[in-house]
Design a binder for this molecule. Structure first.
Ligand SMILES: C[S@@+](CC[C@H](N)C(=O)[O-])C[C@H]1O[C@@H](n2cnc3c(N)ncnc32)[C@H](O)[C@@H]1O
Length: 214
């Protein structure tokens, strides 16, 4: 039996891949780490198939390790008995909770078979919405920018977890970047926002990205 890590895409239910849909509909249990991923998965499977896995919103490594270990202990017996899925927004291999779960399963329950079904990442969703070409010769780095952080690097960056847009914006513009923010891309149409104005996304919303170019 197999545990499938399925990428759900950025939020719109019809951006799940055909394979993702087929696998979701075939498994006995679907584990979801959050409300939004649960909402997308619920478009394809009955509520009774869905099971929540709690992960604390903390950076404390000890608390995180304990949570991943508890999740792996819960998932492993189900995935030995039946096919199961763990869903994540975007792609399961890009800044995803699934990566932590996979590593913990590989070390604590190495007999569990794991297969990944890729998804449309918020990275490619953002590039599509902005009409940015990620082309040959261009360098692009992915970074995290929580709490006003502004990591710099090559001439093009996509920053995740932008929770203090004005501070991140100020630091990036000082470093010579032009910055565009994307919030809740391909989620509910009236929630999606693309803007160059940091004040328009000044309130804290976890589902915010920044694209920086210089
Ligand atoms: C833990 S990462 C997960 C990334 C995901 N695995 C992916 O491939 O898109 C969470 C961050 O991704 C970004 N994100 C994910 N989906 C998004 C969306 N639909 N709109 C804007 N940002 C999104 C936000 O920056 C959020 O803080």
């Amino acid at each position: 039996m197999t545990l499938y890590g399925i990428g759900l895409g950025p939020g719109a239910a019809d951006l799940l891949t055909v394979r993702g849909k087929r696998v979701l509909e075939s498994v006995a249990v679907v584990y979801s780490p959050g409300r939004l991923s649960r909402r997308v998965a619920a478009e394809y499977v009955p509520e009774s198939t869905l099971s929540d896995l709690e992960f604390p919103m903390t950076t404390d490594p000890e608390k995180l390790r304990t949570a991943w270990s508890a999740a792996a202990d819960e998932v492993a017996p189900r995935a030995r008995a039946d096919d199961a899925a763990f869903v994540t927004l975007g792609d399961p291999c890009i800044y995803s909770t699934f990566g932590h779960l996979r590593r913990t399963l590989e070390s604590d329950h190495p007999d569990v078979e794991i297969e990944i079904v890729p998804g449309v990442s918020s990275v490619t969703a953002f590039a599509s919405m902005l009409g940015v070409d990620i082309d040959a010769g261009g360098e692009l780095a992915l970074r995290e920018a929580t709490d006003g952080a502004a990591p710099v690097g090559p001439d093009r960056l996509i920053l995740f977890k932008v929770t203090d847009a004005p501070t991140t914006h100020e630091k990036l513009t000082e470093a010579g970047y032009d910055v565009t923010f994307g919030r809740r891309l391909f989620m509910d149409a009236d929630e999606t926002l693309i803007t160059d104005d940091p004040d328009a996304v000044a309130d804290r919303d976890y589902y915010t990205l920044a694209y920086a170019e210089r």
